[in-house]
Design a protein around this ligand. Structure first.
Ligand code: COA
Length: 263
């Protein structure tokens, strides 16, 4: 699974894989190569027993990701546009949303278009105070194509999604917090530390249970699944696992649980 990355930096320490999008001169805009590399890094994280949480952030102090790379699709046809969106969904955005390994977006500045869509595909979003986010696609004669029309409505509600997408305007970090888009807002210098602390709170729990919980929460948004029925079956399946045995014994013995690495 080894691959040399050009546009991202991947560091793994203490079960946390930090993926930094590294095109600061283009405000970390997502070109195809970057999407491929992110997709690869996400797959590798899920497959690795050394990774329990992924944190995605942007290089520099200005941008998380300022959107899809506009220069790359400026002369696309309708079919090319459709494929750009479809491939993005399949390779990266839906993959992140449904990853067994939890993903935290550390939004360190502008997150526009595909940048906000990337953050919204993640399971938890922490924002720096200077973050500014929006879905400006309608100002370009487009609509969001990496899940924004669906996930913004799911996360912030339909009315706010309508407002943000139709106006194409950016909102600041405190508004994003009020809208439920940001889980927390922190000074930029504390963002990575807070993201790692958030990761550590997840890492102490059963990776199997965490993965099943992600799947069940997402079932509510799937047209193919009945979320409550899925919860009943998944809840039951936990009882057959060694993590359940260990978790319950550890509680009764008043010690920390020592869970498996498997999700
Ligand atoms: N795609 C391609 N390049 C981008 C980009 C994007 N989405 N966003 C920024 N860049 C590039 C700029 O073209 C510029 O490159 P250059 O120095 O080679 O000319 C560089 O990143 C710096 O951006 P710049 O616009 O000069 O910075 P700024 O501080 O003046 O403005 C923004 C910052 C975020 C407001 C502005 O870059 C912007 O509006 N970006 C596009 C956002 C957008 O519409 N995204 C949705 C795409 S679907």
């Amino acid at each position: 699974m080894h691959m040399k990355y050009e546009n991202i930096i991947v560091d793994t320490e203490e079960k946390i894989q930090i993926v930094t999008i590294n095109r600061p001169s283009k405000l970390n805009a997502l070109n195809q190569k970057t999407i491929e590399e992110l997709s690869h890094a996400i797959d590798a994280a899920e497959a690795s027993k050394d990774v329990s949480v992924v944190i995605i952030t942007g290089k520099g102090e200005k941008a998380f990701v300022a959107g899809a790379d506009i220069s790359e699709f400026s002369s696309f046809s309708a079919e090319e546009g459709r494929l750009l969106s479809k491939n993005g969904h399949e390779k990266l955005f839906n993959r992140i949303d449904n990853l067994k390994t939890p993903v935290i977006a550390a939004v360190n500045g502008f997150a526009l278009g595909g940048g906000l869509e990337l953050a919204m595909a993640a399971h938890i979003r922490l924002f720096s105070e200077n973050a500014k986010v929006g879905l400006p696609e309608t100002s370009l004669g487009l609509i969001p194509g990496y899940g924004g029309t669906q996930r913004l409505a799911q996360i912030a509600g339909k009315g706010r999604a309508m407002q943000m997408i139709l106006s194409a305007e950016m909102i600041d970090a405190s508004t994003a917090f009020n809208f439920g888009i940001a889980n927390a807002v922190l000074p930029l210098e504390n963002l990575m530390e807070a993201s790692k602390k958030q990761a550590e709170k997840i890492i102490k729990n059963s990776p199997m249970a965490v993965a099943k919980a992600i799947q069940c929460i997402n079932a509510n948004y799937s047209s193919e699944m009945n979320g409550l029925e899925h919860e009943v079956d998944t809840f039951g399946s936990c009882f057959d696992t060694s993590d359940f045995t260990e978790g319950v014994h550890a509680f009764l013995e008043k010690r920390n649980a020592n869970f498996n690495n498997n999700h």
